[in-house]
Design a protein around this ligand. Structure first.
Ligand SMILES: NC(=O)c1ccc[n+]([C@@H]2O[C@H](COP(=O)([O-])OP(=O)(O)OC[C@H]3O[C@@H](n4cnc5c(N)ncnc54)[C@H](OP(=O)(O)O)[C@@H]3O)[C@@H](O)[C@H]2O)c1
Length: 242
């Protein structure tokens, strides 16, 4: 029997994962390492980022503490990462605020963390030619970008903005075969959620709540050669809610 290459393998690839100090980003980093990638993990919390680094399988992984709302720190991160084959933007911030109550500070925090940070990190990687030809960019969006939910306006808006960005950037980068896609998960148990609020979501989901592994597996697909013909899309993962 001849052995065929695994199209989902990430062997030989370097993947930069933001938000790697927690939740989905941490699991994505771990799963990428299991699929053979060398991971560059980034987040703000030094201790939690170190825990992620310890959980990675294989050799050669690195971590870099950076606040993605600070352009100097984005530049330093890109310099430290070197050339990468994939970037997963799992950085994110969710705060509940009906528009009647929203403050400019909250709006700036949500826009800066969920949109400007990921866009400017992508800009810097491209400007410095630090994303290899044939590379893959994955943004973590949310089902909040697809359906209205009271109190989620700023977060929902910025996740929807990532969809517009994905479609345009996919065309801008197609010549280099760099692919750009989004994943829109519904509720997955991570520190992003308050426990009671998460439990109240369970009954809405015909297939139950998602796990970080579910999202990590989809991310591996979008980073790997298995998705070489897929760009400019959003994959909804919601256990059947929508
Ligand atoms: N969990 C869900 O149900 C769900 C559903 C849909 C979409 N999402 C999206 O999936 C992504 C990951 O969510 P999660 O549940 O894993 O959230 P999480 O556990 O709260 O993790 C958020 C991550 O973002 C990092 N971060 C926040 N602000 C940052 C900044 N200014 N600079 C650098 N890093 C920053 C945090 O780093 P530090 O902790 O080190 O500060 C942390 O690693 C987010 O984009 C979220 O919107 C999650």
């Amino acid at each position: 029997m001849t052995s065929r290459p695994n199209p989902f393998s990430l062997a030989g690839k370097v993947v930069l994962v933001t938000g790697a100090s927690s939740g989905l980003g941490r699991q994505i980093a771990i799963s990428c390492s299991r699929m053979g990638a060398r991971v560059v993990a980034t987040g703000r919390d030094t201790a939690r980022l170190a825990e992620t680094l310890c959980a990675l399988e294989g050799d050669g992984h690195t971590s870099f503490v950076a606040d993605l709302r600070e352009s100097a720190q984005i530049h330093a991160l890109v310099d430290a990462a070197g050339t990468v084959d994939g970037v997963v933007h799992s950085v994110g911030l969710q705060r509940l605020a009906p528009i009647k109550m929203v403050s400019e500070k909250l709006l700036n925090d949500i826009v800066g963390t969920n949109f400007i940070g990921p866009v400017m990190l992508t800009q810097r990687l491209l400007y410095k030619n630090a994303l290899a030809d044939g590379g893959s960019i994955v943004f973590l969006s949310s089902t909040a970008a697809h359906v209205g939910t009271p109190g989620v306006g700023p977060y929902s808006s910025m996740k929807a903005a990532l969809h517009g960005l994905t479609r345009c950037l996919a065309l801008e980068q197609a010549k280099r075969r760099v692919r750009v896609n989004c994943i829109s998960p519904s509720a997955v148990e991570t520190p992003l959620w308050d426990k009671d609020h998460l439990e109240s979501q369970r009954a809405r989901h015909p297939l139950g709540l998602g796990t970080p592994d579910d999202v990590a597996n989809a991310t591996i697909y979008l980073l790997s050669n298995a998705s070489r013909w897929v760009t400019g899309t959003t994959l909804v993962m919601d256990g059947g809610v929508m």
